[in-house]
Design a binder for this molecule. Sequence first.
Ligand code: HEC
Ligand code: HEC
Ligand code: HEC
Ligand code: HEC
Length: 209
Amino acid sequence: MNYYHHIKLLSYLFFIVFIITSCKHKEDEYHNITDKIEAESKNYHGTSISSEKYIGNVKTIEVTENGQTFLIPERKEQIKSFACTECHTQPLHKMQSKDATKKAHWNIKVNHADSNTMDCTTCHNGDNPDNLKSLTGNSIDFNNSYKLCSQCHQKQYKDWTGGAHGKRIGGWAPPRTSMTCVNCHNPHSPSFHSKWPARFNTQKIKERK
Ligand code: HEC
Ligand code: HEC
Ligand code: HEC
Ligand code: HEC
């Protein structure tokens, strides 16, 4: 036998010894990680860790979407001009003035889809502004405004229900609390614009010293 045969035999031997010992070893009751996860999750009743204290004072509501149940921040208390019906005591067409310089919501401009696709009443109900409105005319609560967005942005909506789009409040421990679309996107002007750093650094070399 030559030198290489010895090496080969030896490594076979080591391999067999390794298999035997690794299966006998107490910590390795399971042959692979999938077996271990399956077996240990049978007796798993959740974790005692909670991210509740990090959610702090954020008032939340529970939603079930796409098979997932989680919390999102409540909105209606955050909307300054809610309840709309404090002023909107009549249907919209009766309140609208012809004078374009005296618009009540002069500060709101739709910079979203183009004006053929979207105007105020695509999302707001002129007869009952306290609720949003679906494309087919159904009422959507302001707290569930993601339902409005999901009509046209299914991909982001599905990613959001799975936790891939958007952000968690608190942490990864339960209860899952996710920001809702309007926490990040202004519905009237939803895209983000690129911006310069607050201070333009012309002194790089100096700062690095
Ligand atoms: C302080 C009073 C006030 C409150 C509060 C208020 N509105 Fe209005 N809103 C008005 C008036 C007045 C008009 C009519 C303005 C015009 O077209 O001249 C109006 C018009 C509108 C229009 C039509 C705008 C246009 O350009 O045609 C929409 C949509 C609207 N309101 C939605 C809302 C919603 C939704 C809320 C609640 C979140 C709300 N408003 C709260 C006073 C108010
Ligand atoms: C793409 C849908 C959409 C369109 C179009 C739209 N809105 Fe809104 N608007 C919303 C949603 C959603 C909210 C609630 C946002 C939140 O939770 O803060 C809102 C909030 C408001 C509010 C309350 C804002 C506050 O902070 O007090 C007013 C007033 C309003 N909209 C008026 C208008 C007017 C007037 C137009 C047309 C010029 C318009 N909206 C167009 C979806 C829309
Ligand atoms: C009636 C359909 C419709 C509704 C409802 C709607 N959107 Fe849009 N949205 C569009 C269209 C059309 C565009 C422009 C085309 C594009 O960029 O995808 C757009 C653009 C956007 C963009 C910018 C996309 C980019 O590439 O920069 C964001 C972000 C967005 N919408 C978020 C929202 C949110 C949040 C809501 C709910 C408050 C919402 N949209 C409701 C149709 C809609
Ligand atoms: C935690 C903040 C956050 C939340 C919550 C959020 N988004 Fe976004 N969204 C973003 C950011 C950041 C981008 C990327 C913008 C960019 O690349 O310019 C984005 C991009 C988008 C775009 C543009 C296309 C794309 O994927 O780049 C759409 C449409 C959109 N979001 C819709 C939604 C809808 C609908 C919801 C709710 C179901 C939602 N977003 C929730 C932060 C958020």
